[in-house]
Design a protein around this ligand. Structure first.
Ligand SMILES: Cc1cc2nc3c(=O)[nH]c(=O)nc-3n(C[C@H](O)[C@H](O)[C@H](O)COP(=O)(O)OP(=O)(O)OC[C@H]3O[C@@H](n4cnc5c(N)ncnc54)[C@H](O)[C@@H]3O)c2cc1C
Ligand SMILES: NC(=O)c1ccc[n+]([C@@H]2O[C@H](COP(=O)([O-])OP(=O)(O)OC[C@H]3O[C@@H](n4cnc5c(N)ncnc54)[C@H](OP(=O)(O)O)[C@@H]3O)[C@@H](O)[C@H]2O)c1
Length: 573
């Protein structure tokens, strides 16, 4: 292309601000669980000239850890791993932390970094519509008092949680039950099961944590199990903390390990030691990824080890061994360490029921073998409507509605073709298969902040992932799962939206693999629309940089490119 001879731009096309001066950007984040809090913190660190509101339907921040308070509710990833990677907590009371303690950790985090100011509680997002003429999202909201209003933003971040909308099972007569009917994710703390008969439906992670608690004091517990699952070993049961306190529990205690005051003091006083310990625990969690390669040596060995270990823990209960130990590989359904679960199933006051529930009566449950069991308390540990599609209506370009898509069409678990300036934290195909979600939540929020910086600094009005790139990426992911992964095996799990032969909705690779890909956006995978498509270099501005304007005429002017050695990273604001 020849250079134009006549001037294409006038003086008015050359802005008076320094290069890449951040232009105003308004962001709405849906939810104030871990995602909302981390995003607010990262936005404050990484963005200037922005406005952020995190709309939260509940009357508190915390998300999962505010809502889930069923008996025994805890993370089943070691506490020092279920921690924000940049925000260690020497105070964890035990190897696994219970729900209330995790909620306190997030409340403390929010206070420490002052991110509560971004949160608007008791306000649910009902729908979001992309206004093409203005390139903004119009977001419809409803307050708890029933009033509604509309807000708008340039960027919409969906951090409403993958396991947030809990579901009742579809069983005839469920709501005719006259005893106490409860769901694990909406637990009423006043329920007292001591001396009562309890039925628990489900064998997912929630049920696995509750059953030992009911078995301790309940008169009788019936567990309705229509599926098998692995109860895995305790992660990190080889990591000793004896250096901090010779009286610390043996590493193989893992799940039973309560940190002594001396251990916690060492974590507090010696951040380097604490960091080493945290890394050792994390290493024990993440270094086993090879077991998720179907048919690999590690996969076969892990399968045998876990089947043998379950068999041993189930003692002489051949009935349970036959019905409950899976044929498919460990990890196909989410692997849960399940402290005390198998032991509880063998208790004399616990009955495992494998026959399907056909109906619920006012007093109990009837199974396909025509047995009726009357119970005082009916607990549904039946999981969630998985958030593979947002639970609020999202309308993108050309009036397309995200929920009308047969399946989610997501680029790298973070954004969606046809829905500009929309991001989701750890969405479909995110990091849900290995380890803890905190590192990936951190990296996702940083990714979104980088996209916001790009928009603000390069005068980009909107960005949307390319459809062709997204299709190719998803086909690659499908092929990877077909070739390698245990998740594609014949089990039912929410990783496949509960379809045994369904598409696998988790990342095709390890946590490390996920973090490496998500560490920086590949803008070549996006279509960018500039604010002024006929003057896309307007951001070059007045010929100066912010650094020069900030330090003009002072002795403090940094000279970032003159440095001690080549490895020193430098940038110019
Ligand atoms: C019982 C339980 C135990 C778990 N244990 C582990 C574990 O050990 N390790 C692990 O890695 N992960 C675990 N998880 C997954 C857990 O959800 C994540 O670790 C993490 O807490 C997710 O944070 P989030 O902010 O993305 O979502 P959430 O914590 O679900 O927060 C989403 C927030 O969005 C709000 N919201 C939803 N819809 C709307 C709307 N329309 N408008 C406004 N607000 C809305 C919700 O009220 C909620 O506060 C567990 C989940 C459960 C349920
Ligand atoms: N500590 C933790 O880390 C922890 C604890 C709890 C939850 N979580 C997270 O939340 C996710 C969901 O766990 P969850 O246990 O709440 O749910 P889940 O894993 O989806 O398990 C739901 C259970 O309910 C059963 N079920 C559903 N409908 C039924 C019906 N009509 N009749 C009989 N059984 C029925 C399911 O059976 P089928 O298997 O046959 O479908 C399954 O066993 C976990 O995978 C995890 O990511 C984590």
């Amino acid at each position: 292309m020849p250079l134009l001879e006549s001037p294409a731009y006038t003086d008015a096309d050359i802005p008076d601000y320094p290069q890449s001066t951040p232009q105003p950007l308004k962001i709405i984040h849906v939810g104030a669980g871990a995602s909302g809090l981390i995003f607010a913190h990262k936005a404050e660190r990484g963005l200037k000239n922005f406005e952020l509101i995190c709309y939260e339907k509940n009357d508190s921040i915390g998300g999962t850890w505010y809502e889930n308070v069923y008996p025994g509710c805890a993370c089943d990833i070691p506490a020092h791993t279920y921690t924000l990677p940049f925000e260690p907590n020497p105070e964890w009371s035990g190897y696994y932390s219970y729900s209330d303690e995790i909620q306190q950790y997030f409340l403390k985090f929010a206070k420490k970094y002052g991110v509560e100011k971004y949160v608007k509680l008791n306000t649910a997002v009902e729908s979001a519509t992309w206004d093409e003429s203005e390139s903004i999202w119009k977001v419809a909201l409803k307050r708890k008092d029933g009033t509604t209003f509309v807000d708008s933003c340039n960027v919409l971040v969906n951090g409403s949680g993958v396991v947030n909308k809990w579901k009742w099972p579809t069983i005839e007569g469920l709501h005719d039950f006259q005893g106490v009917l409860a769901h694990s994710a909406a637990w009423d703390r006043s329920i007292d099961w001591a001396g009562k008969t309890v039925a628990v439906i489900g064998t997912g992670s929630s049920s696995i944590q509750m059953v030992p608690k009911f078995a301790e004091t309940g008169k009788h517990v019936s567990v309705f199990m229509r599926n098998q699952t692995y109860i895995g070993p305790q992660f990190g049961s080889n990591v000793s903390n004896k250096e901090a306190d010779p009286d610390a529990m043996e590493p193989h205690a893992a799940g039973k390990h309560q940190y002594t005051e001396k251990e916690k003091q060492r974590f507090r006083d010696d951040p380097d030691y604490h960091l080493r310990y945290r890394k050792a625990v994390e290493r024990s969690v993440v270094s086993g990824f090879k077991m998720f390669y179907r048919g690999s040596e590690t996969n076969i060995a892990a399968k045998k080890l876990m089947q043998d270990s379950m068999s041993q823990r189930l003692g002489d209960r051949d009935d349970l061994k036959k019905r409950f130990i899976p044929e498919w590989s460990p990890g196909c359904r989410r692997l849960t360490p399940g402290e005390g679960y198998l032991e509880a199933l063998c208790e004399p006051n616990v009955t495992c029921v494998f026959s399907d529930i056909v109906k619920i009566t006012p007093t109990g449950l009837v199974t396909a073998d025509n047995v009726e069991r009357n119970v005082d308390i009916l607990v549904c540990a039946t999981g969630f409507h998985i958030g593979y599609q947002p639970h609020f209506r999202v309308t993108g370009t050309g009036g397309q509605v995200m929920q009308d898509q047969k399946q989610p069409n997501v680029y790298a678990s973070i954004c969606v073709p046809g829905f500009p300036n929309y991001f989701v934290v750890n969405g479909p195909r995110g990091n849900w298969g290995q380890g803890c979600v905190m590192p990936s939540h951190e990296v996702h929020t940083e990714y979104i902040v980088q996209c916001c910086q790009k928009m603000q600094q390069d005068d980009v009005k909107s960005m949307v992932p390319r459809e062709d790139v997204t299709t190719q990426l998803n086909l690659y992911m499908d092929a990877w799962h077909r070739k390698h992964s245990v998740w594609a095996e014949d089990c039912r799990s929410w990783y496949k939206d509960n379809e045994p032969n369904g598409r696998v909705w988790i990342w095709p690779g390890s946590l490390f693999h996920h973090l490496k890909f998500m560490k920086r956006p590949r803008f070549e995978h996006y279509e960018l629309t500039y604010k002024d498509p006929s003057n896309i270099f307007a951001f070059l501005g007045n010929g100066l940089t912010i650094t020069e304007e900030k330090f003009a005429g002072t002795e403090d002017m940094p000279i970032p490119y003159i440095r001690k050695d080549e490895d020193e990273i430098w940038d110019i604001e």
